[in-house]
Ligand binder design. Structure first.
Ligand code: HEC
Ligand code: HEC
Length: 153
């Protein structure tokens, strides 16, 4: 009986620990067991963002750029601005917000699906640290402009 309880205890402790990033909703009781520290250095994202939304946003960054958290963050200190990549990411956040709010909000293409109406980090980065240069496929022979380029006006 004692042993069984002991193991159940360990098991739930592990479960709680591994499930923490998904379940911990900020603001957790300050200083309580398993409490996530509130963000100290948000300059672009809303200061009252929930822990869940913050981590979702961060996972969006890693997926969009094909990187790990440490691409932008100093190990063990997420609030630190020591890495230039983090500052670039803030510029990118502001740029992406402005593209969506200022420009794409004026456009409403009927064929565009909801997820196609806005740009995100992944629209440009496509899983790369630096967006790949787009090289259009070679033109089909038929209808191609004559060698030497299009006729000059
Ligand atoms: C592409 C760069 C980038 C990547 C990758 C990234 N982050 Fe961030 N992170 C940022 C930026 C930028 C901020 C600050 C946002 C702001 O100023 O509003 C931030 C803020 C944070 C904060 C808040 C820190 C504080 O106290 O202010 C946490 C926690 C965090 N990130 C966790 C993570 C985790 C966990 C990962 C990996 C899953 C991750 N980040 C990946 C750029 C990144
Ligand atoms: C409109 C296209 C576009 C969007 C949207 C975009 N980026 Fe970028 N990003 C670029 C380009 C282009 C560069 C390279 C700029 C340069 O080197 O001058 C870059 C560079 C970066 C870098 C530096 C990479 C390195 O190797 O140092 C980071 C970090 C970054 N972007 C993060 C983000 C994040 C996070 C988002 C979403 C919030 C985002 N970007 C959205 C186009 C974009």
């Amino acid at each position: 009986m004692q042993t069984r309880l002991f193991f159940t205890g360990i098991f739930s402790a592990v479960l709680v620990f591994t499930a923490l990033p998904l379940h911990a909703q900020a603001p957790a009781a300050p200083g309580g067991p398993g409490a996530m520290p509130s963000p100290k250095n948000l300059q672009v994202l809303p200061k009252d963002i929930s822990h869940q939304d913050l981590i979702k946003t961060m996972r969006g960054f890693t997926g969009a750029l094909g990187v790990h958290c440490t691409f932008c963050h100093t190990m063990g200190d997420f609030a630190s601005d020591a890495k230039p990549e983090k500052q670039i990411a803030r510029t990118m956040l502001r740029m992406t917000q402005e593209i969506n709010e200022k420009y794409l909000s004026q456009v409403n293409v009927a064929d565009a699906q909801p997820e196609q109406k806005q740009v995100s980090c992944g629209t440009c980065h496509g899983g790369h640290e630096i967006p790949a240069a787009f090289v259009p496929p070679p033109e089909p022979a038929r209808g191609a402009p004559p060698a030497g380029g299009p006729p000059k006006a």
